[in-house]
Design a protein around this ligand. Structure first.
Ligand code: ZN
Length: 473
């Protein structure tokens, strides 16, 4: 299995540190507003990669941080005159709801910065002890001149850094423009601060949380760290500096970065009117699984151009998969199994794996899936019951990676729907058409379409109606 490592700018053979277990850290949301579809593009690419490792039989320990201490959350709390928690709780809840709606597997840990200030301070103390930090005014800074490898991840030399590739303008007390803050001393009138015996009142720098929290839950040296490309510099560069200078160990083996999302080939921005949060799209009537399909179907290292035509195409592709499964479930063939289908499944799964093993080439993997559907459809008349079971199992395995058919929902719904259909059939026998229609409408509202056939009533999933309202924005 080969993955593209930003640290070495090359495709590398993947090898985990501890056999069968992967430590997986992904940079999470800053919870001062709703997450937008660009954020979800990253979370979804990370989810696809995590799901593929699970499919391959690895155990994945996934940690995603919640940034609840930073300039944006503090600014909003000050504007509203409320506590930090009162701002962040609402958006943490909303983000979790969106994560579930998009069928993104939950992480094992969602550590919050506010709950890990002690761990961050411990790391800062180590950095000062090891001689990488200096005090200026009442703040503490990391001196990049002391860390030889600084700039390696972003592939920027120290000379170029001096030319001012990126400067945090608000931190004017620093010795070197590129030095970054570890502990921001409290300024006059600031409402949110923490206390340290050593460094006084203040708050931790933003980069610190990911170093301290990833190492707390995954150990000082772990396998994979992911995030958007905009995190490479300075965020991830600074994480490496803090962690390695604090522990003396290598921090992360593989750095994987997700490209940006643009809308109609333009940068998404509120002023251009092309800025979408998930709830905007649900309100327009889009099925979350269609949105998911669109966001996972572009390779994570390629720019994703989000368009409404793209959503329509995603809808058609997803419909092909769902129709294929629906048709199979309705066939009533003879018992047995055919060698042709068993072979076709095997061959297709190998193709799917070859593509995903090659830095998660999703386009090729989806190609293998649709080729399979095409071939299996041609053989529809020859299928036996065992073939159908084998095909449905195969589709389940692929969906465990793609996540575009919501299984848990289907599981609950299956029995519920069958029960409702029974009630409706009974009502129709008793000529209680009012009740029969009411049951049909009730299911329709849940996105379930009933089809009456000579063999009885069957059902399929239609477009799910929007489930979230925008009234709380
Ligand atoms: Zn981070």
């Amino acid at each position: 299995m080969r993955v593209y490592n930003t640290l070495t700018n090359s495709l590398e053979e993947f090898k985990e540190i501890k056999k069968g277990i992967i430590g997986f850290y992904t940079c999470g949301p800053t919870v001062y507003d709703y997450a937008h579809i660009g954020n979800f593009r990253s979370y979804m690419a990370e989810d696809l990669i995590k799901r593929y490792f699970l499919y391959k039989g690895y155990k994945v320990i996934h940690v995603m941080n919640i940034t609840d201490i930073d300039d944006k959350t503090i600014k909003k709390a000050n504007e509203l005159g409320v506590s930090l928690n009162q701002v962040t709780e609402k958006y943490i809840k909303a983000t979790m709801e969106d994560i579930d709606t998009l069928n993104i597997l939950r992480a094992d840990h969602y550590p919050r910065a506010t709950e890990h200030v002690d761990e961050m301070l411990a790391l800062v103390e180590k950095l000062e002890e090891n001689g990488y930090a200096y005090r200026k005014e009442n703040s503490l800074y990391f001196s990049i001149a002391k860390f030889e490898d600084y700039g390696k991840l972003a592939n920027i030399s120290k000379e170029n850094l001096k030319l001012g590739v990126s400067v945090d303008t608000d931190e004017y007390e620093k010795e070197d423009a590129q030095d970054f803050v570890l502990w921001k001393g409290k300024k006059e009138g600031e409402r949110f601060f923490w206390s340290s015996d050593k460094f006084g009142e203040g708050r931790p720098g933003w980069h610190l949380e990911c170093s301290a929290m990833s190492m707390k839950y995954l150990g000082e040296h772990f396998d994979i760290h992911m995030g958007g490309v905009d995190n490479i510099f300075p965020h991830h560069e600074n994480e490496i500096a803090q962690s390695q200078c604090g522990t003396g160990e290598k921090y992360v083996n593989y750095w994987l970065h997700v490209q940006h999302l643009v809308v109609d080939n333009e940068k998404m921005s509120k002023s251009l009117g092309n800025f979408y949060i998930l709830r905007d799209l649900l309100e327009k009537g889009y099925d979350p699984m269609v949105i998911r399909y669109l966001l996972v179907s572009t390779h994570y290292r390629k720019l994703l151009n989000f368009t409404f035509e793209g959503l329509e195409q995603a809808k058609q592709s997803l419909k092909r998969i769902n129709d294929f499964i629906f048709t199979l479930k309705g066939l009533k063939p003879a018992d047995g199994e055919t060698a042709g289908i068993t072979g076709l499944i095997k061959q297709s799964e190998v193709k799917f794996q070859e593509q995903m093993d090659s830095d998660f080439n999703i386009s090729g993997a989806l190609g293998a899936l649709f080729d399979f559907i095409h071939e299996a459809n041609l053989k529809q008349k020859e299928l036996k019951t065992g073939d159908i079971d084998n095909i449905l199992d195969f589709m389940d395995r692929l969906n465990s990676v793609l996540g575009v058919i919501k299984k848990e929902e289907e599981g609950v719904l299956d029995t519920e729907i069958e029960e409702k259909i029974k009630q409706r059939t009974q009502a129709r026998k008793e000529k209680n058409f009012q009740l029969a229609d009411a049951i049909r409408d009730e299911l329709k509202a849940k996105g379930i379409v009933l089809i009456d056939t000579p063999d009885g009533t069957r059902w399929k999933q239609g477009v799910a109606p929007p489930t979230h309202s925008r009234s709380d924005r």
